[in-house]
Design a protein. Structure first.
Length: 715
């Protein structure tokens, strides 16, 4: 029976003697200031209401609570603070029950852990993913979790940021019991009420996580687990700030009384909150969610996507096929001849065989996915495909011939996509009678693993076609970024320029090994020359040859990479490139012969080598990247700076905690970046031309972030 109700971000009403507090703050019930205030108020009021015997916390909609409101980080705090609300919940004299469905993450799980009892529905996913935002659980999570599930399990949860299923959470001891029900708020409410009634019938009173002692009873073992986690962090999470703080907070949970532990946690949380890494990671979180906010999706709906065609079964075609099969869609693969088709099919099967071997999928899953793959050597087999992705050789004539064939066989309304890395999508579209149906879908290698998908919009591409490309990305769980047509689109175009800056430094005196080390030190998993060796030097070589005729003669051309390619040194696959890969090794070692070739080239170019510090290398590398990114924005190739950030974070290994090149540029200051470029321009004005956009922003005291806001605010 309901006898009172208030509208708000969290509203309370009575069901007999149970006060139901519903968190109702779409889309994910994040704990904004309003929610915290209403929640605190309701808990407080319940204490003095004689008709209330127990309190039930439930989320409206699809989730319990997705955590603190991430948009509030970095802004002046508004009371009540979440840790205080959690303490107030835990201190309640009447039993508090949390029923979990959908996301119970971060501060959301911390609210649940402050409650006295927890029941979860099958849809629940529980986790403390703060580490992904450069934070630690700051509302008692570092203190209550180890008390409930032990130090090792708590550290694993907090350092990985992983989500636990309801079942796993019960097994771990984070949740008391499971209940049946769908993934909506009404089902959660029904399950929560039933469990609360059961508890009341049993005479259950408050049971506080702060008083749980069993899991940390063996202090020596818990401290050893914390020490092991500390070593793991130092070794594998290099460069990250918050993981070590998480370990420190758990150590406090083991060694300090609860209230003191909470104070330690608070101090550590505030340090993380203030760190530039938190700002970078939060930026990355929102940037990834902005990329789908594009004009075409407001104007058009996607077409159906039931069957996908892939032309070419090479490295990319096979990877794309796997990605589509993984999403549950059937694939028709077309190759030039039977032998090539067999190789293509073999590449797909090889990926699945490896997954079976690693225990990631079962043999049945492998067979089921492969059964959705059909192959042909005739284009006619594509006549039923809703979307066809071309991944043949990077050669305009070959692509034009393929698109003429696709135009002939594709059904009306089928979307035709090219996976070209650099070529002109408008020209490719001109081989068809319906350029409105043509777009670029630029996958990254390995296509079944890399998240980035550049969606290249041509001059005539229709909004419906664009919307269909984004829909494909959704189905494949890719991160789509809208790009305009130019040589290399967003990512490869910018990469070509900062790689050129690296090559110039190499000729001027830095070794490729120095450059790679400096770039790794910045936070990349590998440097540009390790990357080139991995991708295969022949790809860049072919592009350089293609561009030779149109190359700007004023631009310096560093020939060292060509010298290696002329020797057939294409990298890992040939056993040597910039590095040596003895006996098929995957990690290369520096090669004295490469250094000798570089010396020779320096002499030929008349360069007297000079030293570069790591900082010199990093500043030039980043300045070239930022400047070209500004050009890409200025020309409308990317819609907003944060889209450029997403491209580099999800496709090129830019360290996520630095937020991407545009966010990084803002964090060091655009005036400094511009000053660097102007100083380099003194030695090479043709290469180091400041982008007009960079000049405009720096000289008016603005930053890239100001353009993000403009791109996203409603027209
Ligand atoms: N705060 C503010 N907004 C949030 C949010 C949060 N915690 N979580 C999600 N949102 C927003 C998203 O930005 C998005 O907004 P938009 O529609 O304007 O773009 C909207 O909610 C929907 O989010 P998704 O597109 O991500 O929806 P999904 O259904 O794919 O995923 C989710 C839902 C699993 C909850 C996912 O959004 C997620 O992982 N959220 C973050 C969870 C998290 O990191 N929580 C910890 C926060 S830090 C914390 O709690 C500190 C505490 O310890 C003190
Ligand atoms: P690849 O050489 O491994 O494969 C190309 C395949 O296309 C071969 O199997 C070949 O038999 C087939 N093919 C050629 N002509 C054909 C035709 N007329 N009909 C049917 N099949 C035909 O090349 P890769 O690396 O897979 O590249 C393919 C495309 O993807 C290129 O445009 C490339 O620029 C692009 N790309 C490549 C990336 C990479 O890292 N390799 C990354 C992103 C895009």
């Amino acid at each position: 029976m309901t006898d009172s109700s208030t509208a708000g971000a969290a509203h309370a009403r009575r069901e007999d003697d149970i006060l139901v507090i519903t968190l109702d703050h779409p889309p994910v019930n994040a704990l904004s200031a309003d929610v915290r205030r209403d929640l605190a108020h309701a808990i407080d009021a319940a204490q003095s209401d004689p008709q209330v015997r127990a309190i039930l916390l439930v989320g409206a909609g699809k989730n319990f609570i997705a955590g603190a409101d991430i948009r509030e980080f970095g802004k002046p705090p508004k009371p009540p603070a979440l840790p205080d609300v959690c303490n107030q919940i835990e201190a309640s004299a009447k039993p508090v029950v949390a029923v979990l469905h959908g996301a119970a993450l971060g501060g959301g799980l911390e609210v649940a852990l402050a409650a006295h009892y927890r029941v979860a529905l099958p849809s629940a996913k529980l986790g403390l993913p703060e580490v992904n935002l450069g934070l630690l659980p700051g509302a008692g999570g570092t203190q209550r979790t180890p008390r409930l599930i032990g130090a090792a399990a708590a550290l694993d949860l907090m350092l990985s940021g992983k989500h636990l299923s309801a079942n796993a959470a019960v097994k771990a001891g984070l949740v008391d019991t499971l209940a049946d029900g769908e993934g909506d708020g009404d089902s959660a409410l029904a399950a929560g009420l039933a469990y609360t009634r059961q508890l009341l019938a049993q005479g259950a009173g408050p049971r506080r996580s702060r008083d749980a002692t069993a899991a940390l009873a063996d202090k020596a073992t818990a401290l050893a687990q914390a020490a092991a986690a500390g070593e793991h962090v130092a070794k594998t999470l290099r460069g990250l700030y918050s993981p070590a703080k998480i370990v420190e907070a758990v150590r406090a949970a083991i060694e300090q009384p609860f209230d003191e532990g909470l104070r330690t946690e608070r101090a550590l949380f505030l340090q993380c909150l203030d760190s530039p890494q938190r700002a970078g990671l939060v930026h990355a979180f929102f940037a990834e969610r902005e990329t789908t906010k594009i004009p075409e999706l407001k104007a058009a709906r996607p077409r159906r996507l039931d069957t996908i065609g892939v032309v070419g079964g090479g490295t990319m075609g096979a990877g794309i096929a796997v990605s589509v099969l993984d999403a549950g869609l059937p694939v028709v693969m077309v190759e030039q001849d039977d032998a090539a088709l067999e190789r293509g099919r073999g590449r797909v099967a090889q990926v699945y065989d490896l997954l079976v071997k690693k225990g990631r999928i079962t043999q049945e899953e492998r067979d089921a996915r492969l059964s959705r793959l059909t192959g042909a050597t005739s284009y006619d087999a594509l006549d039923n495909a809703d979307l066809i992705i071309e991944a043949v050789f990077e050669d305009m004539d070959v692509k034009l011939a393929v698109f003429a064939q696709l135009d002939r066989v594709a059904k009306p309304g089928a979307v035709l996509a090219t996976n070209t890395s650099y070529l002109d999508v408008n020209r490719i579209a001109s081989a068809t009678r319906g350029p409105a149906d043509v777009l670029g879908l630029h996958f990254f290698s390995p296509a079944n693993i890399m998240k980035l998908l550049e969606i290249v919009v041509g001059e005539h591409t229709s909004p419906e076609t664009v919307a269909t490309g984004f829909e494909l990305a959704r189905k494949l769980r890719k991160t789509p970024v809208r790009a305009g047509v130019c040589d290399g689109f967003i990512g490869n175009r910018i990469l070509a320029v900062h790689r050129q800056a690296a090559d110039m430094m190499m000729e001027d005196g830095a070794s490729p090994y120095d450059i790679d080390a400096a770039v790794r030190e910045f936070g990349y998993p590998m440097g540009p020359y390790q990357m080139a060796d991995l991708a295969g030097g022949d790809i860049g070589w072919a592009t350089r040859k293609r561009r030779a005729a149109t190359r700007d003669p004023a631009l310096r051309y560093v020939q060292i990479p060509d010298r290696l390619c002329e020797r057939g040194w294409f990298g890992q696959k040939t056993g040597r490139g910039f590095y040596l890969y003895a006996d098929g090794a995957r990690v290369g070692t520096p090669d004295p012969e490469v250094l000798a070739i570089i010396d020779e080239e320096r002499r030929r170019a008349g360069v007297t080598p000079r030293p570069f510090t790591q900082e010199d290398i990093q500043r030039r590398y980043l300045a070239a990247m930022i400047n070209e990114a500004a050009n890409v924005l200025h020309q409308g190739i990317a819609l907003r700076p944060s889209d450029v950030d997403v491209v580099f974070l999800s496709g090129y290994g830019f360290p996520r905690y630095r937020g991407g090149p545009m966010h990084y540029a803002d964090s060091v200051g655009l005036d400094r970046v511009l000053a660097d470029i102007r100083s380099y321009a003194k030695e090479d004005p043709a290469f180091w031309k400041p982008s007009p956009l960079l000049v405009q922003l720096a000289e008016s005291g603005r930053n890239f972030a100001s353009l993000n806001q403009a791109a996203t605010s409603p027209a």
